[in-house]
Design a protein around this ligand. Structure first.
Ligand code: SF4
Length: 214
């Protein structure tokens, strides 16, 4: 990487970390996904029940298999076939687990987390219920402000997520079209902006100096 690019990226990361800490989030900087995995494993007690939200970032770290190997009870639905009833039970389990792990769709330079959900279970678990929340975020998710965060979600993250799930929303066919994107096809139903650390939820952000997830 050119020296100026590295300087700019370090500058952006430092500004974001400072803002996140100013908003009450404990923030850990990881140089790559291997270091992020190590940091996450250290934060999770060996006997903890761990909920994993819908996140490509977390899967890119291989965290699910590492936790399972270690003997943690992992609540997640991506690596196994589950019935609709089991799926619902796992999602509800995320609300009361010991540690909930997810990414954030966007993180602003002034230290806020911006997310959009279809069902809302992932964003609910980020706010209240689990004893501990760990949010793992790649550098590609840093945006200027809340508006840019929502734009990033509608024009970058959601089209790729819908494509991954085989959906046919306007953002997959062409671009986001809020008026003509309706349930049950639509994926964006709930927007959350976490401005400061939620009062009763210990939240740690692991910011990774490489691109991860959508
Ligand atoms: S509102 Fe619909 S078209 Fe827009 S990003 Fe969400 S799913 Fe895609």
């Amino acid at each position: 990487m050119r020296e100026e690019k590295k300087w700019f990226s370090d500058h952006l990361i430092q500004r974001t970390v400072k803002a996140l800490e100013g908003n009450g989030f404990k923030t850990i900087l990881a140089s790559d996904k291997n270091e992020a995995l190590k940091e996450a494993l250290q934060l999770i007690p060996e006997k903890a029940e761990v909920g994993i939200g819908g996140s490509v970032t977390v899967r890119e770290l291989d965290l699910v298999s590492e936790l399972s190997k270690r003997g943690n009870n992992v609540l997640e639905t991506w690596s196994k076939k589950v019935t609709p009833e089991e799926d619902m039970a796992i999602r509800k389990g995320h609300l009361t687990c010991d540690v909930f792990i997810t990414s954030s769709n966007a993180i602003t330079e002034d230290g806020k987390l911006v997310n959009i959900d279809g069902m809302g279970n992932r964003v609910a678990s980020m706010i209240f219920g689990p004893k501990k929340v760990i949010v793992i975020v790649g550098i590609n998710k840093i945006v200027k402000d809340i508006h840019a965060g929502i734009e990033r979600i509608r024009h970058t993250a959601t089209p790729m997520n819908v494509k991954r799930m085989g959906g046919t929303t306007p953002c997959v066919i062409d671009v986001c079209d809020l008026e003509n994107c309706q349930p049950p096809n639509r994926h964006c139903h709930v927007i959350t902006i976490i401005e400061k650390i939620p009062t009763k939820t210990e939240t740690t952000i692991i910011l990774v100096k490489e691109e991860l997830g959508f």
